[in-house]
Design a protein around this ligand. Structure first.
Ligand code: 4AD
Ligand code: MG
Length: 434
């Protein structure tokens, strides 16, 4: 008779499992020996189970081998499921056979090591329960975003990440040698998505974006996952309505699918479920007044920094849209407002609780003259954008879009102090390994 197939560790905790023989495999979390019995805590993707091994059942050699497995060594166990009140979860697996797959070397990761050491050993530290939970939530967040976009009939596109010009500003683009010509790592897929809306009308891309900003802050990465949406026939109100629906949908889905992870990481799922549209829409001009009341004097035309963004949202459990920024503060492609030509039809979505900008959104400028003027003003040669101007020459329509930083959203959602803990292998100005 062949051995039973491997079951997930969670099968041990199924109501009817007591008395059954199961085979599991995984990694050793802890090991001790007491009263001649070997106690192993075995972990797989579904959870942990206590395994007990007795000399009389397993034999001297097998006990010896299993007892030498290091933390994070790997093994296979066949045994009988038994009730035991002292074991985690009230069950244990009484081993009939243990096969050591890899006894392993002493595991170098402990809790009290420095952050630098932990980042140097990120390939091992990603087994830490908080990081495991974080990336499970991230996977559900990405799934929820894609579900929402499919429901709204927005089509996923695959724009390039390697480009010949930089869309968000030359200084912050990683430049590389592209067979003797200048190349860049993409900062945004927006311009490509603007080309793709003509045949598809509603498109999105979920791709890495790169920013060569030397910003050592808890919310900047040099590589991040960027969700970008571009919608034809859309104005600013329509875009912000779409963003609100998306936000409420995805936080609700994550709350529904990851309640245990959220609770363990310090975000009660009810707080996500409590978020409701509409979100407040505050113009830049009104934000300056509100900031003045809170003791921040910002002159019209100056950018709002981290401190100002924090002051606007610190006390709030709901996100906030800041709209109609001065034109000079924003990218060349943003549409000049008809009602106040000093401003653009744009909005940033600020996270609740002072976590700062999550989304940059705008209607797109459709006039080639104004695009040219803004490019020149920022020292960029408009000739590089000829292909982009073609989009204004052939079937130009009102359109709008946004970019959302996935790790920034997750950072707020999971109350992480630093954005690097929302991505397995963070890239920051001081680190691109391992
Ligand atoms: O505001 P940004 O620069 O907007 C754009 O790139 C637009 N072209 C997007 C579009 O309309 N298609 O970036 C969009 C978002 C920010 O709101 C922020 O959440 C995130 O990308 N982001 C970063 N996330 C992590 N680290 C960084 N260094 C980031 N820079 C931007
Ligand atoms: Mg922005």
């Amino acid at each position: 008779m062949s051995a039973p197939a491997f079951a997930p560790v969670s099968a041990v905790f199924e109501p009817a499992a007591v008395g059954r023989t199961v085979r599991v495999r995984g990694w050793l979390q802890k090991s001790r020996s007491s009263g001649g019995i070997l106690f192993l805590l075995l972990r797989d993707r579904t959870g942990s189970v206590q395994v007990t091994g007795r000399r009389d059942t397993l034999g001297e050699a097998a006990i010896e081998a299993a007892g030498h497995v290091q933390v994070e060594g790997s093994l296979e166990v066949e045994g009988e499921v038994a009730e035991d009140r002292r074991a985690p979860g009230g069950r244990e697996l009484r081993a009939r056979a243990i096969r050591v797959v890899d006894a392993g070397e002493p595991f170098p990761i402990f809790t009290e090591q420095t952050e630098e050491f932990r980042l140097d050993h990120r390939h091992l530290v990603i087994r830490d329960p908080a990081l495991v939970q974080t990336f499970r939530v991230k996977a559900q967040l990405l799934a929820a975003l894609r579900e929402f976009l499919a429901r709204e009939e927005v089509v996923e596109m695959t724009p390039p990440v390697l480009t010949g010009n930089s869309a968000e500003g030359g200084a912050e683009a990683f430049r590389l040698d592209y067979f003797g010509k200048p190349g860049y790592l993409g900062q945004t897929a927006q311009l490509y998505l603007e080309a793709l809306i003509v045949p598809h009308e509603r498109v999105y891309a979920l791709t890495p974006s790169f920013r060569a900003e030397k910003s050592r802050t808890p919310r900047h990465l040099t590589e991040y996952l960027h969700l970008e949406v571009e919608l034809a026939w859309c104005d600013l109100d329509g875009l912000l309505d779409f963003l609100e629906r998306m936000f409420v949908y995805v936080v609700g889905r994550v709350a529904e699918r990851c309640p245990a992870e959220l609770a363990a990481l310090g975000r009660p799922p009810e707080e996500l479920r409590a978020i409701r549209a509409p979100f407040e829409r505050l113009t830049y001009a009104r934000a300056l007044e509100r900031l003045a009341e809170r003791g921040f004097s910002v002159a019209w035309g100056s950018d709002l920094g981290t401190a100002e963004e924090r002051a606007l949202t610190l006390e709030s459990a709901a996100p906030l849209f800041l709209t109609h920024f001065p034109r000079e503060l924003k990218a060349f492609y943003m549409l000049q407002s008809a009602s106040d030509p000093r401003t653009v039809e744009a909005a940033d979505l600020l996270a609740p609780e002072g976590y700062g900008e999550l989304v940059g959104a705008s209607c797109r400028e459709t006039s080639i003259d104004r695009l040219t003027e803004r490019l020149r003003a920022t020292g960029v040669d408009p000739a590089e954008y000829e292909w982009y101007f073609d989009l204004r020459r052939h079937g130009n329509v009102p359109h709008a879009g946004f970019g959302l930083g996935v790790e920034r959203l997750l950072r707020w959602m999971l109350r992480r102090e630093h954005i690097r803990d929302t991505t397995p292998f963070p890239r920051t100005p001081s680190r691109h390994t391992p």
